[in-house]
Design a protein around this ligand. Structure first.
Ligand code: F0G
Length: 386
């Protein structure tokens, strides 16, 4: 159920902009200020919010030049309260769960969903259960869930195994599941489309490029852009392209081998742990978004992801490896001519750089220099070598 119809684009745009300056927490939220696009709460002032959204759009001139593209931006969803785009959906799901009187939230996760769920559960005074694959998620993400008071179970399986177990537990214990099949999460995540358009003065970019794991984010952004097009806010939706890691590319294979009609799960393997998913829940929705927006789907190697992360870092912007897959993918699409040099491209950076601080050294990109003598001479010698 939506708040009101008909949709009055100029009035709504003005309202969305003005809310940012409001005193109310839900107006300050970059998700709830777009509440006309969201399922209603009985009490709009009862949103469980950490002031998510309102994330910056950066230009990436050097990354663009390297890729042979003139106009490349990054929307940094990693600058959300818990450091990933998950917060934009979680605020809506948890608000709905609290209104419904639910006590326990639960998810399977590669780390970011669990960090986000744990934070919003704590904020709402609810309990939360996290199932993660043992040894496969970064300590930074696990530490967040623990800090926020979640009950954490590390299972000796992969993400897809955690998902299976989660459904079995949910059949026997009352749990409110906040994985990406939760429709409220998608509704919240789709507001990033409105926010991006607002930042671009309602001139849609030609391309939006997003990393794909469980494929909820691509689906949500697609829903956002297509609704805004249908409702007259924009004349056309950008092409939404999905980038997977070569070792975790079930959607790429599905499109290549079965024209997107069926999906065979793969055993996922990538150092970009956030997108290490072999059996994505939202693949059919993602196929629809690719078709309806004319987007592309491709995969990138571990070396391409690492190089992209380094290139983004050289522009002063940190992101996690899964996010860098978006740039790696855009580079590949530019190489193959799918993206033309003059077209505008927005990369969705999904997670914060500090989510995975070991990545650079694990990939041999950087190492901590040894401790040295505390003297100006020693430092000057280091400067000469730099
Ligand atoms: N980037 C990051 C940083 C992520 O954490 C995820 C997903 C994705 C991209 C892919 O998004 O699943 O909507 O296609 N992380 C989930 C998690 C699975 O449990 O944190 P998607």
């Amino acid at each position: 159920m939506y708040a009101e119809t008909p949709r009055d684009a100029p009035a709504w745009r003005a309202r969305w902009r003005e809310r940012r300056a409001s005193f109310h927490a839900d107006d300050q939220s970059g998700v709830w200020r777009f509440r006309e696009l969201l399922p209603v709460l009985r009490d709009a002032r009862q949103a469980v919010t950490l002031r998510e959204g309102n994330t910056p759009l950066y230009d990436l001139p050097h990354c663009g030049r390297d890729a042979g593209l003139e106009r490349v931006w990054a929307k940094h969803q990693g600058l959300n309260p818990t450091g990933s785009f998950k917060d934009t959906g979680m605020t809506v799901a948890v608000s709905q769960a609290r209104e419904a009187g639910r006590a326990w939230l639960a998810c399977a996760s590669t780390g970011n969903t669990s960090a986000s769920m744990a934070a919003y559960a704590a904020r709402a005074g609810m309990r939360s259960l996290v199932l993660v694959p043992a040894g496969q998620i970064t300590w930074s993400k696990l530490a967040q869930a623990l800090d926020f008071g979640a009950s954490v179970c590390q299972l000796r399986t992969d993400f897809d195994g955690c998902m299976r177990v989660l459904h079995q537990v949910a059949a026997r214990h009352s749990l409110y599941l906040v994985n990406s099949m939760n429709p409220f999460r998608l509704e919240g995540q789709k507001t990033a489309a409105a926010e991006l358009l607002e930042q671009m003065n309602w001139q849609p970019p030609d391309h939006v490029v997003v990393p794909g794991g469980n494929l909820a984010n691509a689906s949500a952004l697609g829903k956002g852009f297509l609704e805004l097009q249908r409702w007259g806010f924009i004349a056309r939706a950008p092409r939404i392209s999905i980038i997977q890691a070569e070792g975790a590319n079930p959607l790429v294979r599905s499109l290549r081998e079965h024209q997107g009609r069926e999906l065979t799960p793969v055993e996922a393997k990538t150092r970009a742990t956030a997108i290490r998913i072999g059996n994505p829940a939202s693949w059919q929705k993602a196929v629809r978004v690719l078709r309806e927006t004319g987007g592309y789907c491709t995969d990138v190697s571990e070396a391409e992801i690492a190089a992209a992360k380094q290139a983004i870092g050289r522009e002063g912007i940190g992101c996690e490896p899964a996010s860098a897959a978006a740039l790696a993918g855009a580079r590949k699409l530019a190489r193959t001519g799918a993206i033309a040099p003059g077209e505008s491209v927005v990369l969705i950076l999904t997670g914060h750089g500090l989510k995975d601080p070991d990545y650079a050294s694990d990939m041999g990109l950087a190492s901590l220099p040894p401790a040295m003598e505390a003297s100006a001479e020693a430092v000057l010698r280091a400067l000469e070598r730099a």
